[in-house]
Write a protein that binds this ligand. Structure first.
Ligand code: ADP
Ligand code: MG
Length: 374
């Protein structure tokens, strides 16, 4: 039998790119599968399979050349994972992927574990809609049950009329209707689940602009009790999914202090990018270590860190002014994407500093300058 010398990565976006960079640093080779011929990770992969995710030849190539497979994208058909699982190790497992792909399965999963979420209704038909016309604690947020990301596939609704309109506009077979939370803060927890032990990264505090992550500050300024609660919930989720791989749990903390799970992502996460420079081991290093069955390593925070996303909006027909970012303690990453569309994640930068306040100020100043320059 030929030696299986590659790691399989399903998806070639920026998370796949940064994973491949970590893998290369550790002397590993990666085969990336992605239908987009221009995808970022395809450009640095050791082999790039440019087909759809169910292509039999591609899946056979992965099985022949890899003994382990991972993903960076939750909308891979879970059938792909089911097929691969029969032959090679697949982290995350197909069941975890299936649950995180569908907001209805995800909410039911949390409910079964008695993990708090927002109040919600499931909408599968117009009939379900009419049954909830007595809601009197608007506003709510309607979300398509599948294929939502970066705030796409959702709308805030302030009354029943707006709900009906959004239901028609969003065009999906099924939805979750969620109470809009009066947010004090959003935080996320990246969990690195090794076959024999879990490593939790420092919790990050996230701000969004237009429902897209804008900034992550680490460590999150939350109480020890909240931190313990978040650790407990995350561990319950990973155990119950028999999870191996990287999992991110997004949390809401309401103005009244309630901690709720917003959603889970069965992969590395944008809010964990700070860990590349901010931690002794990044989320991508952990992903490689888990796949190679290496020992769990702690990820201590080296210094307070602030990460800011660079969206296509900052380009507007010209190159980004990189000299505005260049400075001591500031690290930037560009993802090799060709077309800087509005809302598209083109890169990010991370500021690390002995003081979180100072890191935050430097990050805000750089972002404002980049915006003014556009
Ligand atoms: P996506 O898959 O696009 O990340 P999310 O459900 O995480 O979808 O929503 C994106 C962002 O929209 C959240 O991070 C939060 O800022 C806001 N949001 C979503 N749902 C709610 C809610 N129920 N209450 C308050 N804000 C919300
Ligand atoms: Mg989200």
């Amino acid at each position: 039998m030929q030696e299986k010398k590659f790691i399989a990565m399903l998806g070639g976006g920026q998370l796949g790119l940064m994973f491949t960079e970590s893998a290369h640093k550790m002397g590993e080779k990666v085969i990336v599968l992605d239908p987009d011929k221009d995808c970022p990770a395809g450009k640095i992969a050791d082999r790039f399979l440019n087909t759809d995710y169910l292509n039999t030849n591609s899946l056979n190539t992965l099985i022949e050349n890899c003994d382990v497979c991972t993903t960076e994208f939750e909308n891979i058909p879970y059938k792909t994972l089911e097929i691969l699982e029969k032959k090679i190790k697949v982290y995350p497992n197909s069941n975890a992927l299936k649950i995180s792909q569908n907001r209805i399965l995800e909410k039911n999963f949390m409910q079964n574990l008695k993990i708090p979420t927002t109040n919600f209704y499931i909408i599968n038909s117009e009939n379900d809609l009419s049954e909830i016309k007595n809601i009197n604690d608007w506003p709510y947020i309607i979300k398509t049950s599948t294929f939502g990301y970066d705030g796409k596939g959702q709308a805030v609704v302030n009354n029943f009329k707006e709900l009906n309109k959004a239901y028609k506009n969003l065009k999906s077979d099924s939805f979750i209707l969620e109470k809009k939370v009066n947010l004090k803060m959003e935080v996320s927890q990246v969990a690195c689940c090794y076959p024999d032990g879990i490593v939790l990264l420092p919790i990050s505090e996230n701000t969004h602009i237009n429902n897209i992550l804008h900034k992550s500050k680490v460590p999150a300024e939350i109480s020890i009790n909240s931190e313990e609660e978040i650790h407990k919930i995350t561990t319950t989720i990973t155990k119950s999914l028999n999870y191996i791989g990287i999992l991110c749990v997004e949390f809401f903390i309401s103005k009244s202090g309630d901690i709720m799970v917003n959603e889970i992502a069965p992969r590395t996460h944008n809010s964990g990018h700070y860990s590349i420079e901010g931690c002794s081991e990044s989320q991508f290093d952990h992903q490689v270590r888990i796949l190679k069955n290496l020992e769990p390593k702690k990820s201590s925070l080296l210094k307070p860190s602030v990460m800011v996303n660079l969206l296509g909006d900052l380009w507007s027909n010209k190159e980004l002014e990189k000299n505005l970012i260049d400075s001591d303690g500031v690290f930037y990453h560009l993802y090799n994407k060709n077309i800087p569309k509005n809302g598209r994640k083109m890169g990010h930068f991370t500021v690390i500093n002995d003081s979180l306040n100072m890191a935050n100020k430097i990050a805000d100043d750089i972002f404002l300058k980049l915006k003014d320059e556009k």
